[in-house]
Design a protein around this ligand. Structure first.
Ligand SMILES: [Fe+2]
Ligand SMILES: [Fe+2]
Ligand SMILES: [Fe+2]
Length: 429
């Protein structure tokens, strides 16, 4: 795992060597779990179909295995398959990608994905596989693109298109599955590399291949226990922070109204945690919770997030479930259980009027109360579809009202009262 720290961390507080060592020791995250969780998170953009990334990772693994690739290369291809659509956070963009076999303007999410993957040192070596995963084989300029990298990318393209065809034909019989493969094979030398098509024919001729696509249990088992063998490798604290920051960008990119919301919420939350006297490790964990708190929003359709009129009951229900979704995803990463709980509580109110569970009083733990206040404070100062950003005075007045109705923690809010300029800067720049 690269030691390099990204420029996006320039605002993060540096630790003494001793503190940092302790932090890293206590925050080891299993890389296999992290990659699978990130893939599942990206799947949220598919709203009800969470496992596109998993299936593409699985298919490309079977192809790599058939090609006799080394286990290291197989791992790289699986990871690239799991994360290939990291450039897609809009539900509208996602449905366009699955509507037709050959997608116009697909290059946009490939370029966005490449930039995102490059910004995470642990995954940066997969950037080119992500970049070319919709390029037609016959159109690739091999003077510009390394033919081997282009071939790996094209295998992901092939796996991706097979999964899309399968999604349109979920209960295909064996002969229909063969027919689907032949539809892809017609594009040999055009969309797909002939060698890739041949290996797809070979792999799909075995019943075992289809088991992982027909059963989610088999798919998950294969990816967890068989295909993804880097179970012992870990991501350290820096790696986790980089992933959290990157994924906060993915969520924030979903709507221009929430641009940088997670980043700024994390800044406010860590500043508030510091003022409230939390130890350094807690401050960092709260910062990570701030970055991750809204990831469940990936599953909320774009048109609801961007709606300027009042939401109807159904739409409200969908949006009010996002904190629960954030928890669902995060709790699967061993070591993030507490952070997952705080994220789950970031819309609860102390008087029980929050959502989704309507917790009250001590049920909302202090770390979550920090997050609640940071989230509200930042959101009030930011543009929303239904109102412009508020002046600081106006936002403070609204939050004082929340304190008097016992919705948010009075003692914690006092820190914002006492240092409002500092908090304003953290929330907006
Ligand atoms: Fe894609
Ligand atoms: Fe895809
Ligand atoms: Fe939220």
């Amino acid at each position: 795992m690269a030691e390099q720290t990204l420029s996006v961390f320039s605002s993060f507080k540096l630790h003494s060597d001793k503190d940092y060592y302790q932090l890293m020791k206590s925050m080891q995250i299993n890389r296999r779990e992290a990659t699978l969780v990130l893939s599942e998170l990206l799947g949220y953009v598919g709203i009800d179909d969470f496992y596109h990334g998993h299936r593409v990772g699985y298919i490309v693994w079977r192809l790599a295995h058939e090609l006799g690739y080394s286990s290291e290369l197989q791992q790289e291809l699986i990871e690239a398959g799991l994360l290939h659509d990291v450039g897609v956070s809009s539900t509208v963009a996602h449905s366009l990608l699955t509507a037709t076999m050959d997608v116009p303007n697909a290059v946009q999410h490939c370029m966005t994905g490449e930039a995102i993957i490059r910004s995470i040192p642990a995954y940066a070596h997969l950037a080119l596989m992500v970049r070319y995963h919709h390029d037609h084989w016959q159109q690739i300029d091999f003077e510009q693109v390394d033919p081997q990298q282009a071939f790996y990318s094209n295998l992901i393209f092939l796996a991706d298109r097979l999964d899309v065809l399968m999604a349109h034909n979920p209960s295909a019989t064996q002969s229909e599955q063969e027919w689907l493969v032949e539809r892809l094979a017609e594009q040999s030398g055009l969309m797909f590399a002939p060698e890739g098509v041949e290996v797809l024919r070979l792999a799909t001729s075995k019943r075992l291949f289809w088991a992982g696509l027909e059963s989610r249990v088999v798919l998950n088992e294969c990816l967890k226990n068989e295909a993804v063998q880097y179970g012992d490798s870990t991501l350290d604290f820096t790696g986790l922070m980089q992933i959290a920051t990157t994924f906060s960008h993915v969520v924030d990119a979903k709507s221009h109204f929430t641009h940088e919301h997670s980043q700024f919420t994390a800044q406010v939350a860590s500043l508030l945690a510091e003022k409230a006297g939390f130890n350094e490790q807690k401050v960092e964990m709260i910062q990570i919770a701030g970055l991750f708190h809204d990831i469940g929003k990936l599953r909320v359709p774009d048109e609801i997030l961007d709606k300027t009129e009042v939401l109807n009951t159904d739409e409200r229900k969908k949006i009010e479930f996002h904190s629960e979704d954030s928890w669902h995803i995060l709790k699967n990463m061993g070591g993030l259980e507490e952070i997952a709980e705080w994220a789950r509580m970031h819309h609860e109110k102390l008087n029980g009027t929050g959502y989704p569970r309507g917790l009250s009083g001590d049920e909302v733990v202090t770390e979550a109360r920090v997050l609640v206040i940071a989230d509200i404070f930042q959101a009030l100062l930011q543009n929303r579809p239904y109102r412009p950003p508020m002046e600081l005075d106006h936002a403070m007045k609204i939050m004082r009202g929340m304190v008097s109705r016992e919705e948010i923690d009075e003692e914690l809010f006092a820190h914002i009262e006492n240092h409002h300029d500092e908090f304003h800067a953290a929330a907006t720049s």
